[in-house]
Design a binder for this molecule. Structure first.
Ligand code: SF4
Ligand code: SF4
Length: 328
């Protein structure tokens, strides 16, 4: 199998995503987690067990996610437990509590990195996809202010069909706010997004190619420490077989659900049948630390999910890191 260099993941180090909860304080239109019946928060004993299993497996890169991890009453304590075990802890958050609840903010200095979600390139698009969330301008100002204090903050921005004309002005807005880390995440045609008839899904892969060109060619890109664009559609040519684009075959992305079940990537946590272990298994640390490359898997996300574009298949987790400064 040959993978051409630009498509390699920027950091091939194994990492583990701890889904502290499936609960969330927002109800975004596209969310694939939000459709799930709430399983409750991860219990304290499961958190502690999971941290020890992950660490024993030799993994030090920990991502707290959900749902919305900041609604978990033990989120701060979890960060402190993890730091005692020498994890580098990053947080994926919708930012609502960070912006509105001063008690949540002490989390930030403890983190090695924080990605705050925004749900559209414009105020209107952001509010439409995530009603009830903080306005886009507030999120960018807040994140920029934290970046100015030296914290490792970036925004993960949802890209939706029809978004291409707004990319340049969004990047300008981020730079004006003092933000130099942006990850664009194309909406997937699964979860609740599939119900949105207003979106033109058929032209979405072509539009995404234009967005990638804008990000690559624009002089603005030089000002970013991190600028990446997910491209779930058109990476097939980079691999001998389409299934080789499975990110989990190139990088361990262990994901631990609130009940302690272990999955091979973040998207699989939505399907209980895909669990490969539980943190409570006596051999869990050995499973997570295994060095053998994963076998090709049949993943339900790996389907021609755009009707009429059967050649545009690849793993929906694939992304292009267009610019990543090595010192960040
Ligand atoms: S903030 Fe994230 S987890 Fe919460 S509803 Fe929105 S997409 Fe889903
Ligand atoms: S979504 Fe499927 S194809 Fe992609 S990394 Fe996960 S298991 Fe692999």
């Amino acid at each position: 199998m040959q993978i051409r260099p630009p498509l390699l993941d920027s950091a091939a180090e194994p990492c583990a995503f701890l889904f502290l909860t499936y609960a969330c304080n927002l109800a975004c239109r596209h969310c694939y987690i939000g459709d799930r019946a709430p399983d409750g928060h991860m219990e304290e004993a499961t958190i502690i067990r999971a941290l020890h299993v992950i660490r024993e497996a030799g993994i030090t890169d920990l991502r707290l996610t959900g749902g919305e991890p900041t609604v978990h009453p033990l989120v701060f304590q979890t960060v402190m437990w993890a730091k005692e075990l020498d994890f580098r802890v990053r947080l994926n958050t919708n930012g609502l509590l960070l912006l509105t609840d001063a008690r949540t903010r002490p989390l930030v200095p403890e983190l090695a990195g924080c990605w705050i979600s925004v749900f559209g390139l414009t105020d209107e698009a952001h509010q439409r996809m995530s009603p009830g969330g903080p306005p886009l301008g507030h999120v960018l100002e807040f994140a920029g202010a934290l970046a100015a204090k030296g914290h490792s903050i970036g925004v993960r921005c949802l890209l939706m069909p029809g978004a291409k004309d707004g990319v340049h002005s969004f990047l300008t807005r981020c730079l004006n706010a003092g933000l130099a880390r942006v990850r664009f995440v194309p909406v997937q045609r699964d979860g609740r997004a599939s119900l949105d008839a207003e979106m033109n899904w058929v032209s979405w892969p072509t539009e995404l190619e234009e967005i990638i060109r804008t990000c690559t060619d624009s002089p603005l890109a030089r000002n970013f420490d991190i600028l990446s664009v997910g491209n779930p559609f058109d990476l097939t040519d980079q691999f001998d077989a389409p299934t080789d684009s499975c990110v989990a075959r190139r990088r361990k992305l262990w994901s631990i659900a609130p009940n302690g079940d272990v999955f091979e990537c973040c998207l699989l946590v939505t399907d209980r049948e895909c669990a490969v272990a539980s943190v409570w298994d006596p051999s869990a640390a050995r499973t997570l630390g295994a060095v053998d490359p994963f076998l090709p898997r049949k993943c339900r996300f790996f389907t021609p999910y755009l009707p009429g574009t059967p050649t545009k298949q690849s793993c929906p987790m694939s992304s292009l890191d267009l610019r990543v400064k090595t010192h960040v």
